[in-house]
Design a protein around this ligand. Sequence first.
Ligand code: AMP
Ligand code: ZN
Length: 460
Amino acid sequence: MKISFKNTYSGQIEEFLPVKQGEVGMYTCGPTVYNYAHIGNFRTYIFEDLLRRFLISAGFSVTQVMNITDIEDKIIRDSVAQGKSLQEFTEFYTRGFFEDMKFLNIESAEHYPRATAHVREMIEMIEILKSKGFTYEKDGSTYFRISDFKDYGKLSKIDLAGVKTGLRYDTDEYEKDDVRDFVLWKAWKEGEPFWDSPFGKGRPGWHIECSAMSKKYLGETFDIHSGGVDNIFPHHENEIAQSEAASGRKFVRYWLHSEHLIVDNKKMSKSLGNFYTLRDLTDKGFQPLGVRYLLLSAHYRSKLNFTLEGLENAEKTVKRIGEFKQRLMDFHPVEGTSSLDFTRFREGFQNAMADDLNISLALSHFHEFMRTLNDAMNCSSLSNDSRNAALTELQLFDNVLGILKTDKFSIPENILELASKRWQAKTTRNFPEADRLRSEILSLGYRVDDSKEGYKVLPI
Ligand code: AMP
Ligand code: ZN
């Protein structure tokens, strides 16, 4: 099957050919944990989950990394306002994030690195950039000089004419018409957390985080990097500049960006106050899987207008799909009825997904599959073999869509192995090792709870 995606970098639909045959390395920018994520954010995470699940269903083994930004301007501002330590504050929202991800049936990434646990790697990368002459210092902060990186602007297609060199930005976010040198290392300010570094006491900027962590977990060149369209500039443009200037190699082969969830023609965002969190919607009685279906049912490169009415319809569809599954399971096949071949529906579905995730066409094959089987059940012309094959097909569809309820949450093998090693370390009183393993498990999105009887592994 030929797979193609629209690559933001080239602006073209390109055939997807990963660096290593059969394997995909994928970096997805994660949440800044200063509040609950809203469903606009989850539109992007669900698009990435769909991409991941599709690639797995197409036979790839996927290594996905999603960073947790736990040091940043807004985090410092709000943790101070609430009188909480940075760690206490960010752990609370990190936990909330993983809870929402689980309710939305978003599969766990292989790595969830936290920024504060990777400051050393960030410092190392800034040192490389410094030694290659891409940085300068001003008032204790270190900046990246964008005019030294010849490919600056290629992702976002910004016009660099008229950009004055030497103008700088200390904040992590800024607009496209305000292109400036960006900060790699911010000088310490009274009352802020800090790390010691060869560039002085301070903390890393936001962009260096993703460059340093993607390098650590995926290498200097990897296959897919994604996020919402608002990440293209400045965040991803700056990531390319840092990573390619440091390594001298191509950073990312395919850039995929999802369009926004909007409300009355405006991006859903915290700053506009026009947002819903998943909790807001479940408090109103909506089901998370209805939210999931709504968010995945529009093509990722089209804007999606959010309405409660749209959500009600999505929820009805999810309910109908669940009832269809139940009907199929309860159906009593009649002897001697003819068998049906419906593998073509899933082939149609997979081919549509392979064409830059054409979800509307893919879903139309899925609904056609259900219609055909409902018709067969209506006139009792479904054999036992066909019924069983249909249940298998349904599961294969759902491996990609993830909209049917699963009975149990299965913990991946590698997590169980780490938990068992941690238990061994603990029972042999090797507490530092046990603590290290606990943090590693936590960074992968799980936790261990100990009791007298032993231990339990749970999603965070
Ligand atoms: P942030 O926490 O603002 O960095 O956003 C986390 C992710 O959500 C990023 O990939 C953003 O591009 C994405 N995002 C933010 N707002 C929206 C929205 N309204 N619709 C879709 N994606 C969004
Ligand atoms: Zn990022």
